[in-house]
Structures are given as C-alpha cells and as structure tokens.
Design a protein around this ligand. Sequence first.
Ligand SMILES: CCCCCCCCCCCCC[C@@H](O)CC(=O)SCCNC(=O)CCNC(=O)[C@H](O)C(C)(C)COP(=O)(O)OP(=O)(O)OC[C@H]1O[C@@H](n2cnc3c(N)ncnc32)[C@H](O)[C@@H]1OP(=O)(O)O
Length: 357
Amino acid sequence: MTLTPLVYWAQRHEEIYLRVELTDAQNIDVHAQDNVLQFRAQGHGAKGQNEYEFSLEFLSPVKPEVSYKSTQRQVNITVRKQQRGWWERLTVQERKPVFLAPDFDRWLDESDAEMEIREKEEKRNRLRASRHKEEGFVSLKTGFLFVYNLVQFLGFSWIFVNMTVRLFIFGQDSLYDTFHTISDVMFFCQILAAVEVLNAAFGVVRTGVVPTLIQVVGRNFILFIIFGSLEEMHHRPVVFFVFYLWSAIEIFRYPFYMLGCFNTEWKILTWLRYTVWIPLYPLGVLAEAVAVIQSIPIFYETKLFSIPLPKAIGTSISFSYVLHVYLVLMFLGLFINFRHLYKQRKKRFRTKKRKAN
Ligand SMILES: CCCCCCCCCCCCC[C@@H](O)CC(=O)SCCNC(=O)CCNC(=O)[C@H](O)C(C)(C)COP(=O)(O)OP(=O)(O)OC[C@H]1O[C@@H](n2cnc3c(N)ncnc32)[C@H](O)[C@@H]1OP(=O)(O)O
C-alpha cells in the first residue's frame, strides 16, 4: 500500500512552496513535468518509518527544475510556476487531496503577496542606491587622496632634488641659504599637511589622530615659529638638515600612499616607507632640537613672543621658557610616534607574511 505524507502548501506569484512532513527523509526523488509533480522518499511520517510518496496535478504548468531542502523535521520543496500569476487553487481537481493543507506559516493572500514583492523590490532598490552612493564616495575619496599625495610627492621631491643638486654644485655654501631657496615650497607642503589631521579625524584614512597631530604640529612649530619668525635662523645650516630629513621620508611615503589608492604596492617602496624612518626620525628630532636650542638665546634677546606680565610686576616671561618645555615635549612626541611607526611596521610586515603563507 502507498503511504502519503502530510503536505502543506503556499504560493507566491512565481512560486509554489510545499512542506512535506517527513523526518530524516532519505533517497528523496522529486521531479516535475508539465503540471505534475511526483515525490518519493523514505522517512519517518504519520505511519512511522516507511516509504512515502504523493503526486500533485497542479492547476497550471510548472517549470521542470524543482529545488528542495531536507531538514531533520521536513522536506521543503520550491516549484517555479511556468507563468507568473495567482492560482485560485493548487490542483486541477476542485476537491483538494486529503493529505494537502495550507501552510499557514507561509500563507499570504494575493494582495499581501503583491505587497511582499513590492517591499522586496523597494529593499533591492534601496540597497542598489546605497551601493551606488558608497561607490561614488569611495571613488571620490580615492581621487582626493591620490591628488593630495601626488601634490605632496611633487612638492617634497622638488625640495629633496633641489637640495641635493645644490649640495653637489655649491658644496657647503648651499647649507647657508636653504631657507631662501626652499622655504616657500616647504611652507606650502606643511600647511597642506594639515589635511592629514583632518583625514585621520574624519576617518578618511585608517590611522590615529594623535600621531598625525604630533607630526604636523611638531613640524609646523619648527617651520613657522623657529625658522619663519626669526630671520637670524634663516642662514643657519640646521635648516638644511631639518628640511633634508623631512623630505627624505616623504619621497617614499607619498608614492607608497599613491599606489595604495589603487590597491597596488611595490615591495621595495613598502619596505622603504616602513624602514627609512628608523634612522630618520631620531635624526629629525635631533636636528629640530638643535634648531630650538639655537633659537632660545635669540628669543631671549629679542623678547619676541614674550608673555607680558601685569605692570605691577613690570617684566615679561620670555618665550625661551616655553621652548624649554617644548624640548621636553619633543622627546615625548618622538617616543609616541616612534612607537606608533614601529607598530605600523610590525602590522604591515606581519600581515604580508601571513598573506604569503
Ligand atoms: C598634540 C599636540 C602636539 C604637540 C607637539 C609637541 C611635540 C612635537 C614633537 C614632534 C616630533 C616630530 C618630529 C618629526 O617632525 C621629525 C621628522 O619627521 S624626521 C623625518 C622622518 N619622519 C617620519 O618618518 C615620519 C613621517 N610621517 C609619518 O609617517 C606620518 O605622518 C605618521 C602620522 C607619523 C604615521 O603615519 P600613519 O599613522 O598614517 O601610518 P601609515 O602610513 O602606516 O598609514 C596608516 C593607514 O592609512 C593609510 N593612509 C595614511 N595616510 C594616507 C594618505 N595620505 N593617503 C592614502 N592612504 C593613507 C595608509 O595607507 C595605511 O592604510 P593601510 O593600513 O590600509 O595600508
């Protein structure tokens, strides 16, 4: 005798869902042709462990590809209608087979099913729109970063090449007029570098705000306050060393970022970006410290930027005292950024090694 499992059904405009009440179903054979679906499987149904089968003659033809998924408790079958539309009943015969019942878990009437389609469509459109927006933002961000890095690369390359060529041509003499020949471009690049703090603050690039702030504020302090405001410093060789050390890292750092904008990298450039700072950073801080120390007596004598005290006291606090504090801050800044760069280096090479394995 043929045993029939309980079958629950529901429909959408394009599909029929059948839920066959068989636990641990095995050897499932389900196929459809025209408007007839045949099912056979072994499993545990209403009549215990047995072979169960049923056949359904649908109201209209269905597609021959039938998909099913067997779970521990049931077999879920999805049949696609040959033609999109709402069926007034499932089977050709008006009297529904006794083993068939509506699946109220999935049941929708025609208008609810239409609403479901509309909701799905809206969700898809929203997703598509947000993806377009995201893609637009990403390409705008990439374009912006690329141009920014390119401008900085050109600026610092000009500085580095100019200083190198002048050193070769004029020898030691070139050390004394670095400020006059280079400072305009250095001012431009270092003012522009403020963008890096904003990039970090607004999450445009994945980096910490504090190290970037220390870097940008630290350099601009030297450039604008120590060199820029004291004519007496303009002809000192220390300007050469500070500018040369600053630009020596940037000619590797910015092209590294430029390639990063296109998810590309040159191993040698990556290595240089994450290695050259090891000698350059302490040397840079040392050169900056020398500049600060050299400027202290000048600030003291000229009283430039000194803080006036009330008339009753009758004197002022020399800016040179601020510079003493700054000297301490510099070495604190060196420590923070050296540690940061060391971590970035470790992260970069560790990830690379892992990828290579
Ligand atoms: C708070 C008040 C401050 C008071 C200051 C008082 C003390 C001042 C002390 C100052 C000492 C400064 C001394 C200094 O001036 C001396 C020198 O510079 S000497 C020369 C040597 N210098 C260097 O080597 C430093 C160069 N600078 C830097 O490396 C950065 O400025 C720094 C912030 C220090 C580190 O960079 P970052 O954190 O960004 O690390 P990564 O390069 O690894 O980047 C992280 C990820 O972000 C992506 N990124 C970053 N920037 C860009 C960009 N412009 N375009 C595209 N992508 C970018 C990068 O690709 C990384 O992404 P991923 O991890 O996905 O690869």
